[in-house]
Structures are given as structure tokens and as C-alpha cells.
Design a protein around this ligand. Structure first.
Ligand SMILES: *Cc1c(COP(=O)(O)O)cnc(C)c1O
Length: 416
């Protein structure tokens, strides 16, 4: 992978995100990108139009490393291209990106690019609810087979991949939501590489990426994000991103995006682009806050357990965490001895943290997964993945952690 090694060794990601991928001369000298809201683009000549269409259709190759001329904004537009070029340096090992109007749009487009009739997708559970529905309600009726393996069962995942017939995709979400159970990405990628069908390995990296976990360096082929979460970081937009080591993979996905019409719009691209330079700052602060809170609440007599990577007990989970995550991240879960009643009372009592789904924003949010984000799961799936009545998920923001701790302690005291 020589090209992207250059991209990542010249300067470090936090510098590259501010210096690469945007040419002020193309925005009348503006230090930050302008917004280009045009739906269509004027050609220099009929020949240029003919060439742009031929390049976009893949009939002729664009000149070295360049993109085809702009045609129409469902295909691509300047703000999408600026955002895609500026996000690449943040994802270690990536050479290209494609942006979408939601995380689900990115995942759906990747599935419909690599899925095939009677193919098998092997995936870890639990997955994000929308992704699980996509597999059951779209891929399976289209004739694909879904094979689920519990997160953390490395040997089970190896076996499932080995036995999968016509295997086209391996899909991992690690850490899992809301139990934070980790999957060894490198091990899964090695199992996929041994399979004669060479399935593509996709990782939903929303919880720890791009700052703390780098799946492409561990052998994954495609990284997917809900940019609604940490990448945008302010709970004020919905977006998705796909990034790959091989630019061909992104080219294939972009060609589907043209058909589906799910590219991220110019204003949203501009907003997300402006958030990129602070992703690492925000995530570092959020992770430090979460670690302080989780470790302070650990051992509280009203709780069965606090789930957080630095508090893992299982030797294999500790090994995976140490091997593939730079920091533990900003999500933790607490499980109440008093079940749903205690969990609901806690949610009613917190004052700084707000009761809302979603995560990754600068403000702290709490929710009760079993009755909200995970309510689509069957009783068996809930039990298998440890989503119990007493479980509350907390997405930690950038507030002063001492204020958050005081807030959680007063809410816990009220639960009794
Ligand atoms: C939110 C989320 C998604 C879906 O993303 P949207 O932007 O809401 O479409 C997918 N995966 C994970 C892990 C998420 O948290």
C-alpha cells in the first residue's frame, strides 16, 4: 500500500486534516472551503462533457490520481470531494472515502455493492439495530444468507467464516453496542483471507474510530461510519462515511451511490468538514471523562457492574482491547441491581446528562437500550447479548467530569 503510506508518513493525521485535500485557490482564496450548492456543472466544451461521462462510467481512466470533471451533484460535487479528501488522512491506512447522507446509507450501499444472490454474510451480534434490520428485511429476502456470531467468540467467528458457502462479506461491529464486547479484527481478517471466496471485511468503526481504532491496519478492507456520532460530534446532523485501503473499492461504492442517490448534500458536507480537525481533541477529552466516571462508579453498591474496557475481566477481551484500541472510548454502561425500575428512576433523576438515544456528541446522553435502541431484538437475542432490564448506556461528552460524577451520584442516591 505505498500511496497511502506516503499520505500518512509525510505529516501526522492531526496536521494532515488541516493541510491536505483542500486547495484555497479553487474557493477564491477562502481559507476554509466555500459551499457549492449547484446541482449541475458547466462544461468547457462538448468534448469535455463526453470525456467526463466516459470517465464517470469507468470507460476511460481519469488522469493520474485526478477525479473526473464534475457533472451533476447526485454523482459528486465539490464539497463532497473536499470532505472525502480531508477525511482520508484521519483514517490510518485509507486511500479513499465516500460520503453518504446517513450511516445507514453508507452501510446499505456497501451491502448492495458486495452482496450477491445466494451469497453469505457472516456478522457479529449485537449489531446496530438498523444494520440488523437491513440484513433480515432486505438481504435475506433478496436471497442472501446471514450467519450471526456472538461478539467475543473468536473461535466461533473463525468457524463460521470457514464454513460459509459463497461468502461475500464479513461484517464486524466492535466494540458491540451497548455491551462493548470486542471482536479481534485481525483474527477475523485472517480467517476471511483464508477463505477461497476472499470475502470483503467491513468494520463499523463508529464507536472508537477514527481516533482510537484502525481496522484497515489490521487487515479490514472497508471501514464504515455513522458520522452522525463522533465525526460530526455536536448532535446536529446525520451523515455516513465509507473508507477503504483500495481506491477501487470506493470507486465501486461510489458508482452505487450514483444510482441510489444517497450522497451527502453540500451544506452537510461543509459542516462535517469543519468538524474534522477537532475529532481527535473531542474524542480524547470524552474518553478521559468516561474513564474517570466509569472507574469512579465501579463498585457502587446499587450496580451489578460497570461495563468499560479498562474494567474488563475476561482475559481475551483484555487482550483484544490492549491490542487494537489506543484508548477505551467514551461509552460505558451501568447495570442496576434494581432492574428496569431503578434504571428508569436513574434516567428521570439525572440533570446534566440528558435522556436521549444517539451518542458521540459533546453533551452527555443516557438511554435504556432494552426499551429503545435495542427494542427490535428478540428476547433470545437480548439475553444472548446481555441487554438486560437494568442496563443503562451512557455516552460521555466534554463537560467537566466532576460535575458529571456529582450528577450521576445524586441520581444513584435517589435510586437507593
Ligand atoms: C448510529 C449508528 C449507525 C447508523 O447511523 P445513522 O447515521 O443513524 O444512519 C450505525 N452503526 C452504529 C454503530 C451507530 O451507532
Amino acid at each position: 500500500m505505498p500511496e497511502q503510506e506516503d499520505a500518512h508518513t509525510e505529516v501526522r493525521p492531526r496536521t494532515a486534516v488541516l493541510t491536505r485535500g483542500f486547495d484555497p485557490s479553487l474557493s477564491v482564496g477562502s481559507a476554509r472551503p466555500a459551499v457549492f450548492r449547484s446541482s449541475t456543472y458547466v462544461f468547457d466544451s462538448p468534448e469535455a462533457a463526453e470525456r467526463a461521462f466516459a470517465m464517470t462510467a469507468g470507460k476511460i481512466a481519469p488522469p493520474d490520481g485526478k477525479r473526473p470533471d464534475l457533472i451533476y451533484s447526485r454523482i459528486s460535487h465539490p464539497n463532497a470531494e473536499i470532505l472525502e479528501d480531508q477525511i482520508v488522512p484521519l483514517e490510518a491506512g485509507a486511500s479513499a472515502a465516500a460520503v453518504f447522507n446517513s450511516g445507514m446509507a453508507a452501510i446499505m450501499t456497501a451491502f448492495f455493492t458486495y452482496g450477491r444472490h445466494q451469497g453469505t454474510i457472516v456478522y457479529t451480534t449485537p449489531l446496530y439495530g438498523g444494520t440488523t434490520s437491513l440484513i433480515h428485511q432486505f438481504l435475506e429476502p433478496f436471497g442472501m444468507k446471514g450467519v450471526a456470531v456472538a461478539s467475543g467468540d473468536g473461535a466461533g467467528l473463525d468457524e463460521a467464516i470457514r464454513h460459509a458457502k459463497n461468502c461475500c462479506m464479513v461484517y464486524l461491529e466492535t466494540p458491540a453496542n451497548p455491551t462493548l464486547t470486542m471482536t479481534d479484527i485481525e483474527r477475523a481478517a485472517q480467517a476471511a483471507a483464508r477463505h477461497p471466496d476472499r470475502p470483503i471485511v467491513m468494520v463499523d468503526n463508529t464507536f472508537l474510530g477514527p481516533t482510537f481504532q484502525h481496522p484497515l491496519l489490521l487487515g479490514a478492507d472497508l471501514v464504515l461510519y455513522s458520522a452522525t456520532k463522533y465525526l460530526s460530534g455536536f448532535s446536529d446532523m446525520v451523515a455516513g462515511v465509507a473508507l477503504a485501503r483500495d481506491p477501487e473499492v470506493i470507486q465501486m461504492i461510489r458508482s452505487r451511490r450514483v444510482m441510489f442517490g444517497n450522497i451527502l448534500q453540500p451544506d452537510e458536507c461543509w459542516m462535517l468538514d469543519s468538524r474534522l480537525p477537532t475529532v481527535a481533541l473531542r474524542m480524547n477529552r470524552q474518553s478521559k471523562n468516561a474513564q474517570r466516571l466509569a472507574e469512579a462508579l465501579h463498585g457502587d453498591t446499587r450496580l451489578i457492574r460497570v461495563i468499560y474496557p479498562t474494567l474488563f475481566q475476561d482475559a481475551d477481551q483484555i487482550r483484544i482491547f490492549r491490542k487494537q484500541c489506543a484508548y477505551p472510548g467514551a461509552i460505558f454502561s451501568i447495570e442496576f441491581k434494581g432492574g428496569k425500575t431503578a434504571a428508569f428512576e436513574f434516567l428521570r433523576r439525572v440533570r446534566i446528562a440528558r435522556n436521549a438515544v444517539s451518542l458521540g456528541g459533546v453533551e452527555t446522553l443516557t438511554c435504556h437500550p432494552k426499551t429503545t435502541t435495542h427494542s427490535g431484538m428478540t428476547a433470545q437475542e437480548l439475553a444472548d447479548s446481555g441487554v438486560t432490564d437494568g442496563l443503562v448506556r451512557i455516552s460521555v461528552g466534554i463537560e467537566d467530569w466532576r460535575d458529571l460524577l456529582a450528577d450521576f451520584e445524586q441520581a444513584l442516591a435517589a435510586v437507593g
